[in-house]
Design a protein around this ligand. Structure first.
Ligand code: UD1
Ligand code: MG
Length: 452
């Protein structure tokens, strides 16, 4: 049986933020969200989260989740934080202690920490550090057994020279934790109840302390300020880029790729620099994404090309489409095979049929466009009368001349033609030509006004 205790009550003073620290994102997801997802992957029975600063906001964000919140009204140390959850600590469960501001620990690391524990030992995750300043130091005896953790502020100069640091992550049986927690004291430099003091208690009882050493520091890096947040963001994005390349994608520059969601990739996808992926995005075989694109909750089928500076959100894009540069594909856009959206085209709630082209400077909203339609430059669907939204229907094979306004609700019939510059307010029959503009006049020998 595995239970999790996440410590997330700290203030995060150095973030200088109105938002509780653990709600600050890494890779588009709150740090606490990463920790909870990791805990779920480990199949824990209970997720206990100790909250304090900004408790209401944290609770609000995860109120519908499988989380049990425990309030630590006053932050008297990491040991005190776990004490607040003591009522929930089951004697026969292994308790894994995690931190809401340490978001990127790998599942494998935690799993092997857990796997190394038997009924008479506890687990401790440590890290080898180039600069251990600020970390609790791991004290080992002649037989290399851990005997204690000494906090920076309580450490002697010799102890400060130790480069093995405490990550804070521990796995302890409930029966042991329930016995040790009441024994913690705040008799130390910070006048805090240190969770780390359980190590000396374990040692005194002759428990085996099974350590697992993390090699990549970032994996266990806690975020205290925005610089560390940015550092973790880069580390996370490097991992995302590695995963994309392992899946067979070409990233023209892995250091200029940002995935703040879940990306599903076909083979031979090519992504140019400075693209941002958010939410759930899937890219089919051979999809090419040009530079500076933002893709949000969008699926793009095989062979489609998205050119530079295009934004797609909540869109479903079919095979072999051609989009951008500079297209804005808004929620509810559905493109069929071979459709084209060119530069400065905006679509919203628009269904666009096979092979249809909307190539320049156009707004298509609340519309259904059939197959093989050509929408000329500067066409606007006038879908909004200031109060209501109305629908425009353009049937198969229609041709919309440039700079037309289609005042919805309106239907353009199959193979109908709309003359350039028309303002269409009534339905156009199949096969008809609709001309709706003042007839051109020519006034001979026209004298231009002169300056008075
Ligand atoms: C702690 C460890 C230290 C370790 C370091 C790793 C202790 C005594 N020290 O030190 O050995 O090297 O983490 O980063 O455990 N928290 C609460 N309530 C509290 C105090 C803390 O919820 O009353 C939470 C904080 O929100 C934070 C975490 O516990 O997420 C760590 O607290 P922090 O004050 O940063 O501990 P450190 O001094 O860094
Ligand atoms: Mg800290």
């Amino acid at each position: 049986m595995l239970d999790i205790v996440v410590l997330a009550a700290g203030k995060g003073t150095r973030m200088k933020s109105a938002l509780p620290k653990v709600l600050h994102p890494v890779g588009g997801k709150p740090m606490l969200g990463h920790v909870l997802d990791t805990a779920r992957t480990l199949n824990a029975d209970y997720l206990n989260v100790v909250i304090g600063h900004g408790a209401e906001l944290v609770e609000q964000q995860y109120q519908n989740d499988d989380v049990r919140f425990v309030l630590q009204a006053e932050q008297l140390g990491t040991g005190h934080a776990v004490q607040q959850a003591q009522q929930h600590l089951r004697n026969d469960a292994l308790n894994l202690i995690l931190y809401g501001d340490v978001p990127l620990i790998k599942i494998e690391t935690l799993q092997s920490l857990i796997d190394g524990i038997d009924s008479d030992s506890m687990g401790l995750l440590t890290v080898e550090l180039a600069n251990p300043t600020g970390y609790g130091r791991i004290i080992r005896d002649g037989a290399n057994q851990v005997t204690a953790i000494v906090e920076e502020k309580d450490a002697s100069p010799e102890q400060k020279a130790i480069t093995e640091g405490n990550t804070g992550v521990m796995a302890i049986w409930g029966k042991d934790l329930n016995r040790w927690l009441p024994q913690l004291s705040d008799n130390n430099a910070q006048k805090e109840y240190y969770l780390t003091d359980v190590i000396a208690l374990a040692q005194a009882e002759g428990k085996r302390i099974n350590t697992q050493v993390v090699l990549e520091e970032e994996e266990v890096l806690g975020v205290n300020d925005r610089r560390q947040q940015a550092q973790l963001e880069r580390y996370y994005q490097q991992r995302q880029a590695d995963m994309a390349m392992q899946d067979g994608a070409t990233l023209l520059d892995p250091s200029r790729f940002d995935c703040r969601g879940e990306l599903t990739l076909g083979q031979d996808v090519i992504i140019d620099v400075n693209c941002v992926i958010e939410g759930k995005v899937s890219l089919g075989d051979g999809v090419r994404i040009g530079p500076n694109c933002q893709l949000i909750n969008t699926s793009i089928a095989a062979g489609t090309v998205v050119k530079a500076n295009t934004v797609c959100e909540d869109a479903v894009i079919g095979e072999a489409c051609d989009i951008g540069p500079y297209a804005r594909v808004r929620p509810g856009t559905v493109l069929s095979k071979g459709a084209k959206l060119g530069n400065f085209v905006e679509t919203k709630k628009a269904i666009i049929g096979e092979g249809s082209k909307v190539n320049h400077l156009t707004y298509i909203g609340d519309s259904e466009i059939g197959d093989g339609v050509n929408v000329g430059a500067g066409t606007i669907t006038c879908n909004y009368d200031g109060v209501n939204k109305s629908k425009t229907t353009i049937k198969n094979g229609a041709f919309i001349g440039s700079n037309s306004s289609l005042v919805a609700p309106v239907t353009i019939g199959e193979n109908a033609t709309v003359a350039a510059g028309a303002t269409i307010t009534t339905d156009v029959e199949d096969g008809a030509l609709a001309v709706a503009r003042a007839k051109q006049r020519s006034i001979k020998s026209w004298k231009r006004p002169t300056k008075k």
